[in-house]
Design a protein around this ligand. Structure first.
Ligand SMILES: N[C@@H](CCC(=O)N[C@@H](CS)C(=O)NCC(=O)O)C(=O)O
Length: 210
């Protein structure tokens, strides 16, 4: 995205895989991608929840009250924790190395993660609670979508893509009955729906919830 002061995302995992070291060589003040950069001002920002909140402010995707603003950040941090939890079993021995060097151990760790009543279920049940307790309206904070909805949709979509068999287990029918209509709502949002259908959305890696 560029123009009108809209930041350009230079390292939000472009379609072509880019080594982290290459990205960081261009942005040495940051620990890890994704990194946002406003090409007009040179402003840079990393850490996904901070990026989401910043872009949320710019694009009108932040709830209004101080309490809802804080809760939007809470939901987003939980979404990121879930992503990290879901990535971990694919890298059970060497967290910074590739899945391909630890596939045997990963098989065991992934089975543990998705087992009935395991960590996946604990997270999904939590997200169901958030959705069930919406204060009214269609989205987490009412009738307009926020960056927290974007974050929650993203990680649910990641889980659904990464763990398709576990997601479809009959034991998770009740969870799906809440999660899937909420996800459908996001895909029907005019702008988000168009983005989700667009070809420039990077495919899921298949070995990391990313
Ligand atoms: N807490 C960070 C995590 C960022 C992160 O884990 N980035 C991955 C790529 S998506 C990475 O390259 N990490 C390099 C490292 O941890 O050394 C966020 O939410 O943005």
């Amino acid at each position: 995205m560029q123009g009108d002061g809209i930041p350009e995302i230079i390292a939000a995992y472009p379609k072509e895989p880019t080594p982290v070291a290459t990205i960081l060589a261009k942005t040495p003040k940051h620990f890890a991608p994704p990194i946002l950069r406003n090409t007009a001002t040179g402003f840079e920002l990393s850490q996904t929840p901070a990026i989401l909140e910043y872009l949320g402010e710019k694009f009108g995707l932040v709830p209004h009250s101080p309490e809802d603003k804080a809760r939007a950040q809470q939901v987003t941090l939980s979404a990121c924790d879930f992503l990290a939890d879901g990535r971990a079993p694919f890298h059970p021995v060497k967290p910074t190395e590739s899945y391909s060097v630890q596939m045997d151990e990963a098989k065991v760790a992934v089975a543990e993660f998705v087992k009935d009543g395991g960590r996946l279920d604990r997270w999904l049940a939590h997200f169901v609670t958030l959705i069930d307790n919406r204060p009214g309206g269609r989205y987490l904070f009412g009738d307009t979508t926020t960056y927290a909805d974007c974050a929650l949709f993203h990680v649910l979509d990641a889980a659904m893509s990464q763990f398709p068999d576990a997601w479809d287990e009959p034991s998770r029918e009740k969870l799906r009955a809440t999660l899937e209509p909420y996800m459908k709502l996001i895909t029907m949002h005019v702008t988000l729906g168009a983005y989700l259908k667009a070809d420039d959305r990077a495919p899921w890696a298949g070995d990391s919830m990313m």
